[in-house]
Design a protein around this ligand. Structure first.
Ligand code: NAD
Ligand code: ISE
Length: 341
């Protein structure tokens, strides 16, 4: 039986996920949508879907089996807690929440419910290139991973809406999560260095170098540029004891014209990770159909939030900022193995 889904937030990624749930994937119907902009919700609603006036009405509707949250980060906490209170599986776009206190509330609610309901939108874990990279590291053929270089680059960000904190508390969460997953490690401390500022973003603080210190001693170097003009370019290279494993550099297309032969770079995340988002939702639909969730968990959302918080403290103070996590609840003990399957 198809899973009946309600989508909260019908902006850029909400519309893209509605397209994949209705036109690309099987096993799901989008039966309801809601957005603080009624107009946007109406425009994005698939035929026959109900436009709900409030997120609460959508979450509690008998029509809706499971929820996809694509609203702005600060709205996620309340919406996630309402989904858990209703006992409904929920896919939540990153960042899961925007503070440590909110992450702890989500974890406490899910643990009290007694079953995983939350999957966080860390789509890199579903990307075939990242999965192959992880398989090499996990095989042990190169020895232990010692260093990882993660390079996220965005062509541009919305002026005025994307603030100087966001490379650290919005973009970095992807790198924090993929580092933990690839290296099977936990981040225990963060440093931030500010290189020469790009003049392209006005007052925007860009780029950033972030060092993630892992429990094993491995160090991740994240180089974030969010306004680099040439395209959306995500790179990664793991240095191990006996070799190096890298993501392939992913050009979109090879173009031959009067200027020569060149490789086009993806414009944005929609293009670069299109198959990863599809796979992320394929796996979510199966788990949600069984009344639960697999893949990146609320614990992973919490871990990434702590990295973002520590990075913001580090950029202010200029020093090493330690991360202290609560003891991991038993509910989340198996999630790394499940996500890697
Ligand atoms: P957007 O601004 O285009 O859309 C957000 C939508 O949420 C807007 O239509 C807004 O009106 C609506 N909204 C805000 N608060 C709401 C609330 N309380 N209830 C209902 N609707 C509400 O932003 P976007 O680019 O679509 O991003 C949405 C989320 O997805 C963000 O958390 C963002 O970080 C995340 N995102 C993830 C990826 C990824 O690669 N995984 C890519 C892009 C965006
Ligand atoms: C966006 O919010 C994302 O999550 C994308 O994956 C990221 O790469 C981009 O920089 C963000 O704006």
């Amino acid at each position: 039986m198809a899973l009946n889904i309600g989508v909260l937030g019908t902006g850029m990624i909400g519309q893209d996920h509605i397209r994949r749930l209705t036109q690309v994937l099987s096993g799901a119907n989008v039966v309801g949508v809601s957005d603080i902009s009624l107009e946007r919700a109406q425009a994005a609603a698939p035929e026959d879907a109900e436009v709900f006036e409030t997120p609460e009405a959508l979450i509690s509707s008998d029509k809706v089996d499971a929820i996809v949250i694509c609203s702005w980060g600060p709205a996620h906490e309340e919406q996630l807690l309402a989904c858990i209170a209703a006992g409904k599986p929920v896919f939540c776009e990153k960042p899961m929440v925007t503070s440590e206190a909110a992450a702890l509330k989500v974890i406490a609610a899910e643990v009290a419910f007694g079953r995983r309901l939350v999957q966080v939108g860390f789509m890199r874990r579903f990307d075939a290139d990242y999965r192959r990279l992880k398989a090499v590291i996990d095989s042990g053929s190169l020895g232990a991973p010692l260093m990882y270089k993660s390079v996220p680059r965005n062509a541009s960000v919305p002026e005025g809406l994307y603030t100087s904190e966001m490379p650290l508390n919005d973009t970095l969460v992807h790198d924090a999560d993929i580092s933990r997953w690839l290296l099977n490690d936990e981040v225990v401390g963060v440093e931030v260095r500010l290189p020469r500022r790009s003049t392209r973003g006005g007052e925007l603080r860009d780029p950033h170098i972030v060092l993630l210190h892992c429990a094993s001693g491995a160090i991740v170097d994240v180089e974030i540029s969010v306004n680099i003009a040439y395209g959306y370019d995500i790179r990664g290279e793991v240095s191990c004891e006996m070799g190096v494993a890298s993501l392939p550099n992913r050009p979109a297309t090879v173009i031959s014209d009067q200027y020569g032969i060149r490789q086009a770079i993806p414009e944005d995340w929609r293009e670069r990770f299109i198959e990863a988002y599809d796979q992320e939702f394929r796996e979510w639909i199966v788990a949600a159909g069984n009344g639960t969730a697999t893949g990146p968990s609320a614990w992973d959302g919490y871990a990434a939030t702590l990295v973002g918080d520590a990075a913001l403290r580090a950029v202010e103070g200029g020093s090493y900022e330690a991360i202290n996590m609560i003891e991991k609840p038993a509910l989340y003990e198996t999630e790394i193995a499940m996500a890697a399957e």
